[in-house]
Design a protein around this ligand. Sequence first.
Ligand SMILES: Cc1ncc(COP(=O)(O)O)c(C=O)c1O
Length: 417
Amino acid sequence: METTQNLPKIEKKDFPLLENNFMSKNKIIYLDHAATTQKPIQVLAKIDEYYRNFNANVHRGAHQLSAKATEEFENARSLIAQYVNADSNKEIIFTRNATEAINLAARSWGEFELKENDEILLSIMEHHSNIVPWQMVAAKNKCKLKFVGIDLNGRLDFDDLKSKLTKKTKLVSLLHVSNTLGCCNPIKEITKLAKKKGALVLLDACQSLAHQKLDVRDLGIDFLAGSGHKLCGPTGIGFLWSKKEILEKIPPFFGGGEMIQDVYEETSTWAELPHKFEAGTPAIAEAIGLAEAIKYINNIGLDNIQKYEKEITKYLFEQLNQIEDLEIIGPSPKIDPNRASLATFYVKGIHSNDIAEILDSRGICIRSGHHCCQPLHRHLGINSTARVSMNFTTNQEEINIFIENLKETISFLNINS
Ligand SMILES: Cc1ncc(COP(=O)(O)O)c(C=O)c1O
């Protein structure tokens, strides 16, 4: 298998937190990249540079600091537009995170467009962020939610999707890559089916944006939600992409400064895109930091990242499969070669929180619980799972240490249960 050293231009020392752990003497083994990624020094330095050298509000001041801040902020928008191959910068709306992006689509598009008895098609593997906003719209507009199930391999059940997609479906809202099962959904095929029924498609790209190339035009989707912190960028910044013609038609979600053209005592008119959807002072440092993160990822190359992560995922699965009583949920890399570089599992008779706690005491960070996917866990009849998630910084040695400690932890818990 390849090592991180074989990846062009990537060095673990770019990530201070992975090199030095201020919490303990030992280096941390961070295997929770699906929850949030660590940040390279380039991103930290860019945020520092903004606050030291050109901190100012954007689109407002007539002074040079504001001009520089605005230029960098708008360059960030442009870089994101290129990253997802959007038609125009105006199609990128900055939000706090992917959750806010989905809420924006739900409130501005959903509440405006959906009528009584319209249907919204989701899947049982969705993150709560792509369920709860639609529940709220459905309750308000008297619409119906339907959920596509999963097949025996833990992939989206395509036949179920076909049977639930009808003329009443107005939106199909799905994740691209599951943060729990790890499967990669065939979005292009789904979009073709959805279009035939006249439905729009929203893609939750939280778990794919940092791991594979994504082209909104090629996929034929209508909305995309992304979070900066999962892309080696800062927290507090995410984005919604949608087509200009959709964004121009729907009303804004938040009201306030920056999003208006004219304000009268009783009414207001809206600013041009994208500002119509960006009320108040935006997350300037965070957007600029995200642009630096995207440059960093582009520098390594998404094709290189995907190739490397496929190798390390195969290795992780081989190792986990050798552990008795351990069940992985989600498809193996053989069944879904584009699956995420993560593995979610449970061990019969042992609570996943106990596994995570013991590993944490040994400097290994994994996640346990329902990973914001309660409907999926209920569907599978499991309370809680453990999840180990990697990215291009993860190496084979870290996986070996994790596996060794996991085996010891399971033996210890088995003896003491
Ligand atoms: C698939 C998926 N969707 C949505 C989200 C929500 O992301 P955020 O909390 O950054 O809004 C996550 C975060 O874990 C996720 O994995």
